[in-house]
Design a protein around this ligand. Structure first.
Ligand SMILES: Nc1ncnc2c1ncn2[C@@H]1O[C@H](COP(=O)(O)OP(=O)(O)O)[C@@H](O)[C@H]1O
Ligand SMILES: N[C@@H](CCC(=O)OP(=O)(O)O)C(=O)O
Length: 394
């Protein structure tokens, strides 16, 4: 387990990246902005905005992902605890999001900054066209000097189309906007090797892959907790972002100013994989899948193993079957002989054309079928990386 005293060059580099990033996603959790009894605590929000505005003034484009809509809606509705049912959560979010947005607009106005509200559901990112549209909107907002304030569109998100938690949403947004780093601010000052309330629990300085966290105990959020995902969702989001090349800093909201200037607080997650382009990240982590192509061993080796430069397109000869109702241009899973997904990619044929193709060498195909089924440029391997299982440690 890397400890506070074992700072390495890579960690220093990751903290330096957070410090020097020209485009940064900052996520703040509900528990750092609200209390169940008092609703939105404007003084805490103001302190966060002071830190963000300071960073913006120094030339960084900041995208703020803010939780707190549901919690901020409780007190105005006379609710004394977080509701369990989705409809009441959505009603609370409808009320609370308005409070949140108004407070952000007022707080940033003190710094002569304009904010723009961006409410997303997973529907907006699983399909390519709305995803590109969201990308363009962010780009234009940032170009206009606006601070985008993002949340899940809780009032319309049903269970099926929920991101689930804003830590994950923040990791996705970091890739949508091409941010250089992600900062997750919470009511705890970093990731601890045990429940932070346990005697002797120590904060971890740096993480170089999820294997470093194998022995970390992640306590489940209590029933009265304001936050939704607890530390487990932060670790999953940090894994998602750092695995695709984006360093992540987990720090306390009370340390926001230092987190956004020196970066010398909290726990830093060094990148564990190459930086994925926004398109490849979308393909790998966000795109909705419309079906599956089954591959033989040779095809699995061709498309999913070895360095990226040597990976090849998927040809009909390596396909043993398909299922699903996809059309050319849809995203499908590429599945190995043992049923495990080895890659995802954009398929060049409709499902109903597949019987003509399965198992055939290119030279044996009719001329109109003689092309890659999934081109190498449209294909991204899905490696398996272990993440800590909160249930196992709770
Ligand atoms: N190993 C751990 N290290 C740090 N915090 C942990 C750990 N296990 C559980 N926690 C808890 O996770 C909580 C943060 O998650 P959460 O309340 O969901 O935050 P937020 O609302 O900011 O998203 C902290 O209050 C902390 O008590
Ligand atoms: N979208 C929800 C927050 C969901 C969420 O992930 O909350 P948190 O764990 O506090 O970051 C809201 O605004 O209440």
């Amino acid at each position: 387990m890397p400890g506070a005293s074992e700072a390495t060059g890579a960690s220093t580099g990751s903290r330096a990246t957070v410090q020097g990033a020209r485009r940064l996603v900052v996520k703040i959790g509900s528990s750092s902005l609200t209390s169940v009894s008092g609703g939105l605590e404007v003084s805490r929000l103001d302190a966060l905005v002071d830190a963000v505005a300071g960073r913006v003034a120094s030339g960084t484009q900041v995208i703020l992902v803010s939780s707190g809509a549901i919690a901020a809606g409780l007190a105005p509705l006379g609710l004394t605890r977080r509701p369990r049912d989705l409809a009441t959560q959505q009603a609370a979010a409808s009320v609370g999001q308005l409070h949140l947005t108004r407070a952000y607009a007022d707080a940033f106005a003190r710094h002569d900054r304009v904010v723009g509200q961006v409410l997303l559901t997973s529907h907006d990112v699983v399909r390519r066209a709305p995803y590109r549209n969201a990308q363009r909107t962010f780009e234009r907002l940032l170009g206009l000097g606006v601070v985008p304030v993002v949340n899940e569109n809780d009032t319309v998100a049903t269970d099926e189309i929920r991101f689930g938690d804003n830590d994950r949403l923040a990791a996705l947004v970091a890739h949508i906007v091409g941010a250089e780093a992600l900062v997750l601010l919470s009511d705890v000052d970093g990731v601890y090797d045990d429940d932070p309330r346990a005697p002797g629990a120590a904060m971890i300085d740096e993480v170089h892959g999820m294997a470093d966290l194998a022995s970390v105990r992640v306590a489940k959020p209590g029933a009265s907790s304001i936050g939704t995902g607890g530390m487990a969702s932060k670790l999953a989001a940090a894994d998602l972002a750092s695995g695709a090349g984006v360093p992540v800093l987990v720090a306390g909201a009370a340390d926001a100013a230092r987190a956004l200037t020196s970066g010398e607080v909290g726990t830093v997650f060094a990148p564990t994989g190459p930086r994925l382009s926004a398109r490849r990240f979308w393909l790998r982590h966000m795109a909705g899948s419309h079906g599956r192509l089954h591959l033989d061993d040779g095809a699995v080796r061709a498309v999913a193993s070895g360095p990226a430069a040597r990976r090849r397109s998927l040809l009909a000869a390596g396909i043993t079957g398909s299922d699903g109702d996809f059309e050319a241009g849809d995203v499908v899973e590429l599945v190995g002989p043992h049923g495990d997904t080895v890659a995802r990619g954009v398929v060049a044929f409709d499902a109903e054309e597949m019987p003509e193709l399965v198992g055939r060498k290119t030279r044996d195909l009719a001329p109109e079928f003689r092309r890659e089924v999934v081109h190498a440029d449209d294909l991204v391997p899905v490696g398996r990386r272990p993440a800590p299982d909160p249930a196992a440690h709770a």
